[in-house]
Each structure stands twice: as C-alpha cells, then as structure tokens.
Design a protein around this ligand. Sequence first.
Ligand SMILES: Nc1nc2c(c(=O)[nH]1)N[C@H]1C(S)=C(S)[C@@H](COP(=O)(O)OP(=O)(O)OC[C@H]3O[C@@H](n4cnc5c(N)ncnc54)[C@H](O)[C@@H]3O)O[C@H]1N2
Ligand code: MOO
Length: 397
Amino acid sequence: MISVEEALKIVRQQAIELPAVEVPLAEANQKILREPLRADRDFPPFDRVTMDGIALSFADFAAGKRSFPIAGVGAAGAPQQELTRQGHCIEIMTGAMLPAGTDTVVRYEDLEIRDQEAHLTIDKIKKGQNIHRRGEDRQRGDVIVPAGRKIAPGEIGVAATVGRASLPVTRPITALILSSGDELVAVEEKPLPHQIRQSNVFSIQALLQRWGIRAQIMHMPDDPATIKKVLQEQLPNYDVLLLSGGVSKGKFDYIPDALDAMGVKRLFHRVAQRPGKPFWFGHIPGGTVVFALPGNPVSSLACTRVYFGEWLETSLGISEEKPRAQLSREVSFRPDLNYFIQVKLRSAADGNLLADPVEGHGSGDLANLVDADAFLMLPRGKDHFAAGEAYPVWSFR
Ligand SMILES: Nc1nc2c(c(=O)[nH]1)N[C@H]1C(S)=C(S)[C@@H](COP(=O)(O)OP(=O)(O)OC[C@H]3O[C@@H](n4cnc5c(N)ncnc54)[C@H](O)[C@@H]3O)O[C@H]1N2
Ligand code: MOO
C-alpha cells in the first residue's frame, strides 16, 4: 500500500501529451490555447472617445473660451472627422475616433446646446479627458494571451477582436467509463431485491464534464472472459479507461487480473486513504491510462476527482496547488490513512473558506454526496483535527 503523495506522484508521471486541434471560437471556451494570441492592431486601434459630448481643442478652453459653435457630428463607426475651424467643436459619440484637430472631450452633462453652439456649464476640464488613447492597453504585435492558457471569456473576447474565428486548442481527452458487477441493473429497470441500479458511471460522467470531457459508458458482467474481451476491444480506442468496481479482495473482483492479462501494467494497487483504499492505477506503456476505481460510490467519485483530476490537469499543463479550506469544527479520525472527508464549503466573514464536515455513513452512502460540495484531505499521522486547521480541498460541484 502506498501513500497518497506517492500515488499522486505516480499518476502525474503518467501525464500524456495531447495534440492540438482547430476549433471554432464558440467551442474554445475552457480549452487550452496552443498558440499565443497577438494583437493585430493597437488596443485600442485609434484614440477612442469614451463619453458622448463634444470634442474641442484644449488651447481654446485655456484661452478662456466657454462657448463653441458646432462644426459637425461624429458617430461611432464613421470615418475620422477633422476640426478645421479654430474655436469650434464637433459633437462626438462614445466609440468614435477622436476628430483630428481636437484633444479633449466634454460630456453632454457638462454643457448646454443652444443655437448650434455648445456652452460649457463647468469651469474645470482636463486636457485629454474622456479619451482612451490608441495603444494605451496593448501594442500591435504584443502577445496578449500566451500559449498554454486556459481559455475563459476574456481570452474569447481577445481572440474575436484580433480576428480569430477559430483557435488551436488541446484536443479533449477521450474516455470510457466501464462498470462491472452482476448486482447492477440499468437505470430504466426495476431492481430485484438483490440488485441495485447503476449509478457510479453517471456520477463519474457528470464529474468529467467539469473538464469538458464527454465520456462514453459501458457495463460488463462479473465474468473474467467477458471483461478481458471488452478490455481488449476498448483499450485501443481511448486515452483513458475509468473502471468502477471489482478491485478489492472479493472472490468476484476480477479487474486487476484481467487488466494484467490484457497488458495493462499495474503502477500501484491500494492507497493509504479512506475512501478509495483499493484504488488501482496502471497503463499500457505509451498508450491507454487506466484508473480502476473502487466500486463504492463515494470512493469512485473521490478517486476520480483527486487522481484523474491531477492526471488530467498535469496532461493539460494546468496543474496547480490545491485551494485550502479551514475545518469549521473539530474532527477525529484514528485509522492510519489520509481521510478525504466530505465537506460543505462556505466563506467566512473574514473571507476564509470554511469546510463544514458532513460525514454520512461511509463510502456506500451516495445520498450524502448531495449534502457535500468537496473532499477535504486530512493527513495521516494524527487523529485529532482542530477547528481552524486548513487542508487541501477538491470540489466536485
Ligand atoms: N476484505 C476486504 N473487503 C473489502 C475491502 C478490503 O480492503 N478488504 N475494501 C473495501 C473497500 S474500502 C471498498 S471501497 C470496496 C471496493 O470494492 P470493489 O472495488 O471491489 O467494488 P465492488 O465490490 O464491485 O462494489 C462495492 C460496492 O459498490 C457498489 N457499486 C459498484 N459499482 C457500482 C456502480 N456502478 N453503481 C452503483 N454502485 C456500485 C456495489 O454494489 C457494492 O455495494 O470493497 C470493500 N471490501
Ligand atoms: O475505499 Mo472504501 O471507500 O474506504 O469503502
């Protein structure tokens, strides 16, 4: 049995390289950008008026002028106007190019217009006011978004503004979620007294959607020959297989042997943690990575969130230190295991993230997951955890 830290390290070492694919802008959100986005023009591309009002020359104001005959009107989207008559102004709208021959904009709220003339109603204006200067934000040729960045609404807006209708992004992972167990029946079926409905595969599929993965689902009976056949057929088709159930010590727990027989190399089996102790992890060298998750619903969800999440984020180059949350009350846990305790998260008045333990009835209690938001990792080596102590947290909401 290995420690959580060793297990995480091994999982990270199996990160894979994914190719880049071109996707339409509308599908790029949350994916990883593979090439830098550069400014094709200055940001903004011209001296942009930021208030509806009049554009004038500050020198006229400084010379004492307070009334300005209107020489023209400029809308956003119209070519640049030019003020040629000294002491005049041009009515100008937000988003328009600043007219040539002007350097200052006064908003409508600070003037009155009578007889085609604008009369200022304020005494103080600043030279250059209400203008967003050309190139003030970024210069043409600047890298605005570096390669490797996770795309979010800001990056989408920049891509659009520099004229990219499609973007090169990391191809999404292909994943198959495979359950096993003769007690499991389809969701649509009415279980007999000794049966239960499939649920893990759907929870795991939903969890994977947080990373934009559309995983397939399949079920296998507890029959070694069938399991091997399904594995043989499916292993070459996916980057990842997530198996649920059949990895502990039961007489019908065939998964580890079947994986071994199909050439999947075991990298570890059993981790010093609860839930999820019987977790099995391996790979086909240079090929498919396999997460064989313990069948209990809380265990399979916790292992997917923590280990699959870490593997995926490392593969995508976006693995980060996990956020931490503070226990809101004391907890005792005696076994010499890391404890991924279920918690509800809330933010305290001082801004700290607080974790309210919601322990439930063990790793088979799938109803408890609806009362929780996250797994908080309490470390081994102590059995009493005081209120206020902070630990890493993995949200599954
Ligand atoms: N002698 C031992 N027994 C067990 C150990 C152990 O160390 N020694 N570990 C326990 C722990 S911890 C866990 S977790 C489970 C994991 O066992 P398996 O991975 O072999 O899972 P199964 O036995 O197939 O299933 C466990 C439990 O979960 C239900 N299940 C399974 N798949 C699904 C599914 N797709 N949807 C809903 N529910 C599912 C299954 O019916 C069982 O009730 O082993 C302990 N035993
Ligand atoms: O992995 Mo088991 O989850 O401790 O019941």
